[in-house]
Structure formats: C-alpha cells, structure tokens
Design a protein around this ligand. Structure first.
Ligand SMILES: [Zn+2]
Length: 236
C-alpha cells in the first residue's frame, strides 16, 4: 500500500470532493502524495448503490490524482466512536502514514460527518500509542486541519484553489448518482452543486484576495515570530 503525505478522512464517498479537494489537488500539484480514507460506502444513501458510488469514487480519484484511496467499510448512517472504529482508523493511519490529515468539523447536519471528526481524532491519537493493539509501526500526523466548507464557522485560514477549481467541479461531477443532470429526479442537480461550490469558493476568495478559495480551521494557536512577514492578513 502507498503511503501519503496528506490524508483527507470523510464519512461518504464525495464528501472530500465537495469540501477539501481543492487543497488536496493543490498539494499534489506541489509534489505531495495525497490520499483519501472514506469511512463508509454510502450504502444507506437514498440515491445510487454502493457499487455505483465505488465506481464514481474511482473516477473522481483519477481526476484528483490520488496516490491512495481506502474504504474502511464502517456502517453508513451508524458511524459511532467505538473500540472497533478507533482501531480501524488507527490501522489506516499506521499504514498510510500521513504528515497532515484533513477532517470535517463538527456541528454539521449529517450525524456521520460529526462522528467522523470524533472517530478520526481518537483513531489518530491511538495510532501513536506504542502498545495499541493494531498492526504497523506507531505513527501520528503532525497536523490536523478541519475543512469548514459550507459551514457557519469562522475559518482560521484560506487556501487559494483558483488553479484547482475546474478539476474540483469535475471530481464532484463524477458522482452522477448523487448530482444528476437538470430535469433528473435528484433533488440536487449537477448544476446546483456547481453553483454551490463556485459561489462558496468565490466568496471565500473575496475574503483573501484571490479568485477561488477553500476555508480551514485549526484547533491550536500557532507560534509566530515575525507577524509582519508571517501573518498574511488584510485586517482593515
Ligand atoms: Zn457525507
């Protein structure tokens, strides 16, 4: 199995594409190896089958240039922090050995998304415990970012994804069972999803002086030694 530099963890195939695929692709464009760990196959979703969503995820992975995409096959719509889910995450962290992990923030509408943040954090912590009983050498990523796309939460920073926005839309459009053509029975069409992503990214872009951006939140305060050079801010 390939190891990766950056790993995004999410509940359902298409969650990463919609939320933080711009940063993932930007990191890949800069030469980093990127990967995704989907916790479920989305088998409880109202549209599409698990098989179809797996095919769609494969296509999206190609578009994004992933080095690895794993599925933990935890139960969709029933994601909970248990001894088993913590062990599953810990074993993937030890195998994939990311330096940076991207998680969803809590406080979202879908309980699986909230559970993902909790399970992933607990699993990442466990992966670094010498005596934790899962295979592989201990490992902990140094950094965890939380993607705040489409949430009412003030981000800690933005990432310019202007060069990646077209591929982000393409990766999301790979999920044809989720976002159908106009006139299809899907309540959210491909066109709706495109404007949702473009409008969001444009409004984040306006906040930081670029065309399109993605928002991220970090739990910890950073050490800054030279605020003039290191803080890229327009406070007024
Ligand atoms: Zn989801």
């Amino acid at each position: 199995m390939n190891t990766v530099d950056v790993l995004a963890i999410a509940a359902h195939p298409d969650d990463v594409e919609v939320s933080c695929s711009g940063l993932l692709m930007r990191m890949a464009d800069q030469g980093y190896k990127i990967g995704i760990l989907d916790l479920t196959r989305g088998e409880m979703g109202s549209r599409g089958t698990a098989e179809l969503r797996t095919e769609e995820a494969l296509l999206a992975s190609k578009i994004m240039g992933l080095s690895a995409r794993e599925n933990a096959e935890l139960p969709d719509a029933r994601l909970t922090l248990t001894e088993n889910s913590r062990e599953v995450i810990a074993s993937y962290i030890r195998k994939l050995r990311p330096a940076l992990v991207i998680l969803p923030t809590g406080g979202q509408r879908h309980p699986d998304h909230n559970a993902t943040a909790e399970i992933a954090y607990a699993g990442i912590f466990a992966a670094g415990l010498k005596k934790f009983p899962v295979p592989g050498d201990i490992h902990r990523p140094d950094r965890i970012l939380y993607s705040t796309s489409f949430q009412q939460q003030t981000p800690s920073f933005y990432v310019d994804i202007t060069a990646q926005i077209d591929r982000k839309l393409e990766a999301v459009a790979a999920y044809r069972s989720q976002f159908g053509e106009a006139g299809s029975t899907n309540p959210v069409t491909k066109q709706d999803m495109e404007s949702y992503i473009l409008n969001g990214a444009r409004s984040y872009g306006l906040q930081c002086g670029v065309e399109y951006a993605e928002p991220y939140w970090i739990k910890e305060a950073q050490r800054i030694d030279d605020p003039i050079k290191e803080l890229r801010l327009n406070s007024i």
